[in-house]
Design a protein around this ligand. Structure first.
Ligand SMILES: [Zn+2]
Length: 182
């Protein structure tokens, strides 16, 4: 299974330290308006093997955007991330998992080669499963977020990571690197 972390609002040092210590492969999808207060945090994650990918400049619903706005949101974030991290992302995740054929064509035109969505969502205190059997399945992509403790997010990002790793291990799964399978 794969673990992906979206948006970039919370920059929790305990989470970064734990991800590095456990050597958990993570794919991160950043929206510039949330990430830009501290790209150093994401550069440090990258230095520990985390892949940093595109989640648009301002997190809009892409179904509402025309050609120019699509280009600005998607290709603009490709440019931003290349500027901040030195490499152009290959992966793009549309906000809310919503997209159009034109959005996919736009992403492909500026270097995106895959658009992975997700199956489960992870929180500090539970996982929301996709399937009725309430288990992980081979190849599942788990979505989570850079979030601080809040109503609906009962714990820290480190709690969330511990839960995902423990759950995967208990069900006989390993966390793998998404880019290696695309
Ligand atoms: Zn998002």
């Amino acid at each position: 299974m794969f673990l992906t972390v979206d948006d970039g609002a919370e920059k929790d040092p305990e989470f970064a330290a734990m991800a590095a210590e456990l050597d958990v492969p993570l794919s991160v999808f950043l929206s510039d308006y949330l990430a830009r207060s501290d790209y150093d945090y994401f550069r440090a994650l990258r230095d520990h093997g985390v892949s940093i990918n595109n989640h648009t400049l301002t997190h809009p619903d892409l179904r509402r955007l025309g050609a120019d706005a699509l280009r600005k949101e998607i290709c603009g974030q490709q440019d931003r991330l290349e500027q901040e991290l030195g490499t152009r992302p290959r992966l793009f995740r549309p906000p809310y998992g919503e997209y159009t054929a034109e959005a996919l064509r736009t992403a492909a035109s500026c270097g995106v080669t895959a658009v992975p969505l997700w199956t489960e969502e992870a929180f500090p205190d539970h996982l929301e499963y996709r399937y009725a059997d309430q288990r992980l399945h081979p190849g599942d992509i788990v979505l989570t977020h850079f979030r601080a403790p809040a109503p609906g997010w009962k714990g820290s990002m480190a709690d969330m990571l511990r839960r995902v790793v423990d759950t995967a291990t208990a069900q006989g799964f390993a966390v793998a690197r998404l880019e290696d399978y695309l």
